[in-house]
Design a protein around this ligand. Sequence first.
Ligand code: SF4
Ligand code: SF4
Ligand code: SF4
Length: 263
Amino acid sequence: MESSRRIFFKIAGLSALGLSTKPVLDAFAKEQAQDTLPEPQTQKGAEALIARQWAMVIDTRKFNSAEDMVPLIKACHKIHNVPKFENKRHEIKWIWEEEYHNAFPMKASKFISEKVEHTPFLVLCNHCENPPCVRACPTKATFKRESDGIVLMDFHRCIGCRFCMAACPFGARSFNFRDPRPFITKINKQFPTRMKGVVEKCNFCAERLAVGQMPACVEASNGALMFGDLYDPESEVRKLIKTNYTIRRKQALGTDPAVYYIV
Ligand code: SF4
Ligand code: SF4
Ligand code: SF4
């Protein structure tokens, strides 16, 4: 973290002078490369789940109220050590519910049906195929894993500049304004906790896929969420996308979200 901050000030200084920051970033990436970039690790006896691009399909017809979403949100936040802050401004969210006009502002209309208008929608990081957050990150703390398209975060590299938050048009990232650890109900020792000054977000349960498990929210959803390979025509997600009308968030921005909603 200290080294990250040093680099940040170097980058800021070079940028202010109008000089190239590439050599500094390359040196930093090299320095950090050994122990920071998480690649799928298979546990003994378990086979990692693989895909060219992981994608999620959310069948919104299977949710009647926000209550139905609570178990999914809890499942995610519990295993990922997401803290619970009283102060809304400090809130950390990996998956949460949003009203239609917030989730799909480009599709909102004053004549929309009552049901859609008041149905909550589950939202999370879209693991965009063309992610602006990755381009905005000066330290490569945010990166798109080439092997399966998941947009991951390396917390050790994050310098808290929040460029990624400004770049993400979906509000999918949260910033730790305070040390989150005292606000975690029960720490899951199998997953890292974060520290003050670090950004975080949904990781499509990369750590579970690595040991052959589906994402926790998918498992808790009773079939309302499906997860699979977007580029496999035989996958369940592809079949659902082919046979149902689906929408994605803010499609016009060209980020190519990998989360699809059946409406
Ligand atoms: S939803 Fe936001 S944080 Fe997630 S990949 Fe897309 S731009 Fe990045
Ligand atoms: S705050 Fe975001 S942009 Fe800045 S280093 Fe961390 S991940 Fe990268
Ligand atoms: S995919 Fe995993 S990390 Fe993302 S919201 Fe679902 S449970 Fe949380």
